[in-house]
Write a protein that binds this ligand. Structure first.
Ligand SMILES: [Zn+2]
Length: 319
């Protein structure tokens, strides 16, 4: 634990980076959003984030002991370096710990995968009192995940554990952004859901009249259109969510069998689909013949765009 329990969490997104300063009891003391501009390189990023943090600390008259950086990619927990980050060109192997210490002084520093950080934030804020075995799935354009075992984030041997989105749910199935086929993400990630929607729309356009009135161009379709249309009674959109739920159920059923968790949370933008995704998902899972682990694992949807920052800040203090 840090001396004063104050910690900085930085969550690097494709377009924006969120900075939060966290105080006692996971309370956010200050937060700020800055453009990521990853193409300017990691050195420029460190410089801009450091200036913003120092300014925030000045206003708060506080100094944080911890600093957690969350980003999309594989990180090496030992060195704190990014090993692989397809969306952050030129960032892998950069020494963030050294660069940030130079600008802001030595702090307890961690780099963490962004889904792990968000799931950890969700666990600490929302779930900890209910159990110590917990899984989180982040549903966005891609599907990420995090595993909490006995109250600790499980990272695996190389730090890459929790890649739930790349769990195989169909042999020889749809192509995933990772290059493999049949991953959960290829069906339950934003791009997978849209692929399903376009296919179903071309097969039976009449069923998707409401959807087409919201978005006339199938190439411009986004999951939020499907959520909105489903709420308005669009049959096709409701069926798209039901198909998505089937693949999610296949993935979640395997996770429940393997981990026997106390709870599973679905985080992220897809949660706007609400009951249109949750009802068929719960129905699928209720039909599992081996009931015991499914009765225990409560599945819920939750959305808080600060989970990533909060989780990163908390992980830094854990050290
Ligand atoms: Zn994949």
């Amino acid at each position: 634990m840090g001396k004063n329990n104050i910690s900085i969490g930085v969550d690097v997104g494709g377009t924006y980076t969120k900075i939060a300063i966290l105080g006692k009891n996971q309370k956010i003391l200050a937060k700020k959003q800055v453009p990521t501009q990853s193409s300017l390189g990691p050195r420029d990023f460190v410089s801009r984030i450091s200036s913003a943090v120092i300014e925030m600390e000045k206003l708060l008259k506080a100094h944080a002991d911890g600093f957690g950086l969350a980003l999309a990619g594989a990180v090496d927990p030992a060195s704190g370096k990014i090993l692989f980050a397809p969306n952050l060109k030129g960032w892998p192997n950069f020494d963030f710990k050294k660069a940030f210490s130079k600008k802001m002084g030595a702090r307890k520093f961690v780099v963490e995968n962004d889904a792990n950080a968000a799931v950890w934030g969700c666990y600490v804020l929302d779930f900890k009192k209910k159990g110590e075995n917990f899984l989180g799935l982040t549903l966005g354009t891609g599907v990420g995940g995090g595993i909490v075992c006995y109250g600790k984030l499980y990272r695996g041997s190389a730090g890459s554990a929790g890649e739930i989105g790349h769990m195989r749910v169909a042999v020889g199935g749809e192509l995933c952004h990772c290059g493999s086929r049949g991953c959960l993400e290829a069906y339950a990630g934003g791009y997978g859901i849209i692929k399903t929607a376009r296919r179903m729309l071309s097969e039976s356009p009449d069923k998707g009249r409401i959807l087409s009135s919201l978005c006339a161009d199938p190439n411009a379709l986004e999951p939020r259109h499907l959520s909105e249309a489903a709420q308005m009674g669009d049959v096709l959109s409701q069926e798209v969510w039901a198909v998505t739920a089937r693949y999610l159920a296949a993935g979640i059923a395997s996770l429940v069998m393997i981990f026997n968790p106390d709870g599973i949370s679905l985080l992220g933008g897809v949660s706007a689909a609400g009951r249109h995704l949750m009802d068929p998902l719960k129905k699928e899972l209720s039909q599992e013949p081996f009931k015991l682990p499914f009765l225990r694992a409560k599945i819920r949807m939750t959305e808080n765009s600060d989970f990533g920052c909060i989780g990163a800040a908390l992980l830094a203090l854990e050290g």
